[in-house]
Structures are given as structure tokens and as C-alpha cells.
Design a protein around this ligand. Structure first.
Ligand SMILES: Cc1cc2nc3c(=O)[nH]c(=O)nc-3n(C[C@H](O)[C@H](O)[C@H](O)COP(=O)(O)O)c2cc1C
Length: 205
């Protein structure tokens, strides 16, 4: 297992996955089950994941993901899906909270506040879904790296087509794709582009 500094330094967006190296189910489950420790608003976890693994599903994804070869060569591509209505009462996490002592009235007032003040417009609902599920996405990439598994995030895809192919409800957003597997060692990884540092990005007040 890599330490956190190695994980940050060694994670790269991997263009070429080794098509002959599969990712075993146990490792994939451990990665996801580690990543779900990501934070989310009210711990609502308004997300789900579609694992695209079959050749047929990969081919259909490839056609709608700007013909990015990664989705064909990686053993699995995950579609990270955010729920724009994930704060509502039908999210089963409210039952967990109520079992742990939250009153039904308090739950209702948080939900009403979310509906009326926090996420009243379609734009704010999508932002809610994308903000939360992006943290899951990042956590998956770091969790994977800690297991020595490589990833590649992508937003180059036709969201409407993906929703159609994978039966994703209109109230959900496809936040990101993450191909996951092992780098093809016969291919070079370009050196990392420079990052803007503290003095360039932080405004202090
Ligand atoms: C939200 C997001 C969307 C991205 N979409 C694509 C994509 O569609 N295709 C692609 O080749 N790379 C995509 N990338 C990868 C970035 O180009 C890459 O993360 C960036 O150049 C930094 O490189 P590194 O991840 O190796 O540090 C995406 C990255 C992020 C975070």
C-alpha cells in the first residue's frame, strides 16, 4: 500500500491501459469501498457508479466518449453519476439518520431548506450533484493509486447518449468517466505539466 504522498505524486491520467491486465473484482470493490469515505453534504452520498466492463458496453461507450481508446483498453470504466435530487426524503440515508436519533421533523426541515434555499434551481441541483460526486471521483482515483491501480478521468462524452445507453434517469448527472486498470508499460507517460502553486492561486483576505 502506498503512502499518501506517493499516491499524490504517482497518480497520473493514464492514456494507455494494458488490455491484457485485468482488474480483479476484489481490488475494485476495495477501491470503491475505500473511496466512499469521501465527504458529502449532510452525508447524503448523492451518487452511484456504473461499471462498464463488457466488450459490447465498452464499444457503445467508446462511440459516445469522443472515441477515446482508453475506454476500450481499460478493463473497467466507471461512470460516476450524481443525483440532483439526492437530498430528498427517498434517499435511504435519512432512515439511517432517523434510526440514529434525528427526528422526522428535523429531517423534514433540512429537506425543505434544501429544496427552497440551497438547491432551488436546476443549475443549483446539478451543482449539488456534481460537487458531491466529484469528491467521490477524486477519492476513487487516489484509492486506486494506493493499490497501485491506474486511472483516467474524462468529461469528453455525450451525456444524453450515455443516459440513454445505461438507463440513467434524467434527474441524474453523469459527472465523469474514470477508466481504471494498469498502465501499459511499453508506453511512455509524459512528464507532468506544471501546477500553479500557492502564490499564484491563493488570495488572502
Ligand atoms: C474533470 C476532468 C475531465 C477530464 N477529461 C478528459 C478527457 O475527456 N480526455 C482526456 O484525455 N483527459 C481528460 N482529463 C485528464 C486531464 O487532461 C489530466 O488530468 C490533466 O492533464 C493533468 O494530468 P495528470 O492527471 O496526469 O496529472 C480530464 C481530467 C479531469 C479532472
Amino acid at each position: 500500500m502506498k503512502n499518501i504522498k506517493e499516491v499524490f505524486q504517482e497518480r497520473r491520467s493514464i492514456k494507455y491501459f494494458d488490455p491484457d491486465k485485468s482488474l480483479d473484482d476484489k481490488t475494485l470493490k476495495e477501491i470503491i469501498n475505500m473511496a466512499v469515505l469521501a465527504p458529502s453534504a449532510f452525508n447524503l452520498q448523492p451518487w452511484e457508479i456504473i461499471a462498464i466492463r463488457s466488450d459490447e458496453a465498452k464499444r457503445r461507450l467508446y462511440n459516445e466518449a469522443c472515441s477515446q481508446k482508453k475506454v476500450l483498453n481499460a478493463p473497467v470504466t466507471l461512470a460516476i453519476v450524481g443525483d440532483t435530487l439526492g437530498y430528498r426524503r427517498n434517499n435511504p440515508i435519512w432512515d439511517v439518520k432517523i434510526e440514529s436519533g434525528l427526528s422526522e421533523n428535523k429531517a423534514k426541515s433540512i429537506i425543505d431548506n434544501s429544496e427552497k434555499n440551497l438547491y432551488p434551481t436546476p443549475g443549483k441541483k446539478v451543482a449539488f450533484a456534481v460537487r458531491n460526486s466529484s469528491l467521490l471521483a477524486m477519492s476513487i482515483m487516489y484509492a486506486a493509486k494506493s493499490y497501485g491501480v491506474d486511472t483516467h478521468p474524462m468529461i469528453g462524452f455525450d451525456e444524453d447518449k450515455l443516459k440513454e445507453i445505461f438507463n440513467i434517469d434524467d434527474s441524474k448527472t453523469v459527472t465523469m468517466l474514470i477508466s481504471i486498470g494498469y498502465h501499459d508499460d511499453s508506453k511512455e507517460i509524459k512528464s507532468r505539466e506544471r501546477r500553479f502553486l500557492y502564490d499564484e492561486i491563493v488570495k488572502e483576505f
